[in-house]
Design a protein around this ligand. Structure first.
Ligand SMILES: *[C@@H]1O[C@H](CO)[C@@H](O)[C@H](O)[C@H]1NC(C)=O
Ligand SMILES: *[C@@H]1O[C@H](CO)[C@@H](O)[C@H](O)[C@H]1NC(C)=O
Ligand SMILES: *[C@@H]1O[C@H](CO)[C@@H](O)[C@H](O)[C@H]1NC(C)=O
Ligand SMILES: *[C@@H]1O[C@H](CO)[C@@H](O)[C@H](O)[C@H]1NC(C)=O
Ligand SMILES: *[C@@H]1O[C@H](CO)[C@@H](O)[C@H](O)[C@H]1NC(C)=O
Ligand SMILES: *[C@@H]1O[C@H](CO)[C@@H](O)[C@H](O)[C@H]1NC(C)=O
Length: 498
C-alpha cells in the first residue's frame, strides 16, 4: 500500500454532492424483502419531491434523522439516524449515527467522533460502555457518572457501512472506509451546520488505529483542495483538531514481536507456557519476513499470507486468560468475556422499531461480514503510522493511550520495551517529534500516580503524547472510565497533565 495515490485528494465532482433528489429512489436496492412493502410510499414521496426545486442542500441527499432517547434518568435527548452516502458509484450506503450535544456550552464544545474497531465492531460500543450518557449493564441502563457528553458534543458512528445499523454496499479496506467517512462528514455538517466550526476530534482504538489515520489523511487532503478552491462545490472545511487512539493495530511489524514479548516476558507468570513461547520465538523470523514482504510488495497474496502466519501464532491458547485484560479469566466466548456486548445487542434490537431501523436489519455488535472482507483483502498488512508525518506537520495532534493489561494490541506492540531508549516502534517513519519522544521518560501523572503515566512532546497536553493506563485492558473506557474521561478533557482542552 505504498502507492502515491493514497496521498492524492479525491477528484473533485465524484464526491459529496449527489445530484438533487436522486438518492431517494433507489432506497432498497439489494433488499428485495421490503421493496414491495414500501414501494408505493416511496414512489409517492419521490414524485412530490422531484417537482420542487432543490434549494435546500439537505434535500439533495437521503437522510432520516429522529430524536434519540433519553434512555436513562438525567440524560439529555440526542439525535440518531442515517445519512445516505454516495461514494463513486458504490450503490446504496446508509451510515448510522447517534449525536448528543454537550450538556455544557455545546455551542463551543469540541465534537468527538467515535468509531468501533474490529474490523466490524459497532461504534455503539464505546457509547454504551464508557462514554455515552447511559451505560448498559445486566440490570438495564444506568446514568453514566463519567459521561463524555457532559462537556463534549459526541458523535458515535457505525463504521464502515455494514457494521451495526449501517447498511448497504460494503468496502474491504481502511482507505475506502475513510472515503465513506469523508462523505458522511460533509453531509453531517449540512444537517448540523451549528457544529461545523467546533473543533473535531477523532477517537477510536484497536482497528481504529488503522481507520483513524486514514480518515485524518483524507480530511487533510480535502481541506487543502478546498483552500485551493479545487474541491467539489458545497464542501466545507473539516475542523479536525486532533486524534485519540487506544491500543491500536497500526503496524503489523511492531505487532509481531511485541505480542510475543507481552505474552512471554511482560506478563507474570507468562500467559503462554514455555513450549508455546519457544515455538512463537522460532516462528518470529518467518513472520517478520512475511510481513516485510507484504509491506514492500503489497500484493493481495503477500498481505493475506502475512496475516495468516501472524495469526497462526497470535491465536495460540491463552489458558483461560482474557485476551483483552490479563487480570481476568474467561472462556473466549462473547457471552462470558463481554456480557455487555450481548446486553447492548439485546437493547438495541429492542429499540430498533423506535429508531426506524428497517425490518430486515438485525443489530449485531460485530459484523462477521466486514471482518471477513477486510481479512480476505489483507487490509491489516499496512502501517497506518505512515500518515503520522502528514498529520503532525498539519498541526493535528496525536494521542496514544494504552491499557497496560491488554494482550490484543498490547503496549509492547506500541512501544518497544526492549530498551527504554529505543524509539516508539510506531514511528518507523521519522518525524520531528520522534527524537524528543524517545528521550522522554514515562512519568507518573501527578495526582494519578496509581492510574497512569504520561509522556508528552510539545506544549499543553502535547502534540504527540503517550499515556499508559495501568489498570485498564483493551476496553479502556469500560475498564477505567474515570481516568479516561479526565484524560479526554486534558487532551481536548490541551491542558498540561497535573
Ligand atoms: C502449553 O500449552 C499448550 C496449549 O494449551 C499445551 O498443548 C502444551 O501441552 C503446554 N505445554 C506445557 C509444557 O505445559
Ligand atoms: C490463508 O489462510 C486461509 C484460511 O486458512 C487459506 O484459505 C488461504 O489459502 C491462506 N492464504 C495464504 C496466501 O496463505
Ligand atoms: C429486550 O426486550 C425483552 C422483551 O421485551 C426484555 O425481556 C429484555 O429485558 C430487553 N432487554 C434489554 C437489554 O433491554
Ligand atoms: C425513516 O423515517 C421514517 C419516518 O420516521 C420511518 O418510518 C422509517 O422506518 C425510517 N427509517 C429508514 C431506514 O428509512
Ligand atoms: C448477525 O449475526 C448473525 C449470527 O450471529 C447472522 O446470522 C446475521 O446475518 C448477522 N446480521 C448482520 C446484519 O450481520
Ligand atoms: C476489495 O474491494 C475492491 C473494490 O471493490 C475490489 O476490487 C477487490 O477485488 C476486493 N478485494 C478482495 C480481496 O475481495
Amino acid at each position: 500500500m505504498s502507492s502515491q495515490d493514497e496521498y492524492a485528494p479525491l477528484l473533485p465532482s465524484t464526491q459529496s454532492t449527489p445530484p438533487a433528489m436522486k438518492t431517494r429512489k433507489p432506497l432498497y436496492i439489494g433488499f428485495s424483502v421490503i421493496i414491495t412493502v414500501l414501494l408505493c410510499a416511496i414512489t409517492a414521496k419521490t414524485t412530490t419531491l422531484l417537482r420542487k426545486p432543490a434549494t435546500d442542500p439537505a434535500e439533495s441527499f437521503w437522510h432520516n434523522v429522529t430524536e434519540f432517547g433519553p434512555y436513562c434518568d438525567g440524560a439529555t435527548k440526542g439525535w440518531s439516524g442515517w445519512i445516505g452516502l454516495d461514494v463513486e458509484g458504490a450503490g446504496v450506503k446508509r451510515s448510522f449515527f447517534i449525536l448528543n450535544l454537550a450538556e455544557e456550552d455545546h455551542e463551543h464544545a469540541s465534537l468527538i467522533l467515535t468509531i468501533g474497531g474490529g474490523p466490524g465492531t459497532s461504534g455503539h460500543t464505546r457509547y454504551w460502555t464508557g462514554d455515552g450518557p447511559c451505560l448498559i449493564t445486566e440490570h438495564g441502563l444506568e446514568p453514566n457518572q463519567h459521561r463524555w457528553t457532559e462537556n463534549f458534543n459526541y458523535l458515535a458512528i457505525d463504521h464502515p457501512v455494514g457494521v451495526g445499523f449501517s447498511y448497504g454496499n460494503m468496502v474491504n479496506s481502511s482507505a475506502d472506509a475513510a472515503k465513506e467517512m469523508y462523505d458522511f462528514l460533509q453531509k453531517f455538517y449540512v444537517l448540523f451546520p451549528q457544529l461545523k466550526d467546533n473543533q473535531l476530534v477523532l477517537n477510536g482504538g484497536s482497528y481504529g488505529g488503522m481507520y483513524i489515520p486514514h480518515m485524518a489523511n483524507i480530511i487533510i487532503a480535502q481541506n487543502s483542495l478546498l483552500a485551493a478552491e479545487q474541491a467539489p462545490k458545497g464542501n466545507v472545511h473539516i475542523p479536525l483538531e486532533s486524534i485519540m487512539i487506544s491500543n491500536p493495530w497500526s503496524d503489523p511489524l511492531s505487532h509481531a514481536g511485541g505480542l510475543i514479548e507481552m505474552l512471554c516476558q511482560q506478563t507474570h507468570p507468562p500467559v503462554w507456557n514455555s513450549s508455546q513461547c519457544l515455538s512463537a520465538y522460532q516462528a518470529l523470523p518467518s513472520i517478520i519476513q512475511a510481513v516485510r514482504l507484504a509491506l514492500d510488495i503489497p500484493t493481495l497474496h503477500n498481505r493475506v499470507k502475512a496475516l495468516n502466519v501472524t495469526w497462526d501464532v497470535e491465536l495460540m491458547d491463552l489458558h483461560g486468560v482474557k485476551r483483552e485484560n490479563y487480570h481476568e479469566r474467561c472462556d473466549g466466548s462473547t457471552a462470558e468475556c463481554y456480557p455487555y456486548f450481548i446486553h447492548m445487542q439485546d437493547f438495541l434490537r429492542n429499540i430498533s422499531k423506535d429508531l426506524g431501523v428497517p425490518e430486515f436489519l438485525k443489530y449485531n455488535t460485530t459484523s462477521d461480514t466486514i471482518l471477513e472482507l477486510f481479512v480476505e483483502n489483507g487490509d491489516f498488512m499496512q502501517q497506518s503510522t505512515r500518515f503520522f508525518p502528514t498529520i503532525l506537520s498539519n498541526g493535528i495532534r496525536i494521542l496514544h493511550r494504552v491499557g497496560m493489561l491488554d494482550m490484543n494490541c498490547p503496549w509492547t506492540t506500541v512501544l518497544n520495551s526492549a530498551s527504554s531508549l529505543h524509539p516508539l516502534r510506531l514511528l518507523l517513519t521519522p518525524i520531528v517529534q520522534q527524537s524528543e519522544f524517545t528521550r522522554q521518560p514515562d512519568v507518573p501523572w501527578p495526582g494519578e500516580e496509581s492510574e497512569a503515566t504520561i509522556r508528552v512532546v510539545g506544549a499543553g497536553a502535547g502534540d504527540f503524547t503517550y499515556v499508559q493506563l495501568l489498570n485498564a485492558g483493551h476496553m479502556v473506557g469500560h475498564d477505567a472510565p474515570r481516568i479516561e474521561k479526565k484524560l479526554a478533557e486534558h487532551w481536548v482542552y490541551n491542558r498540561v497533565f497535573r
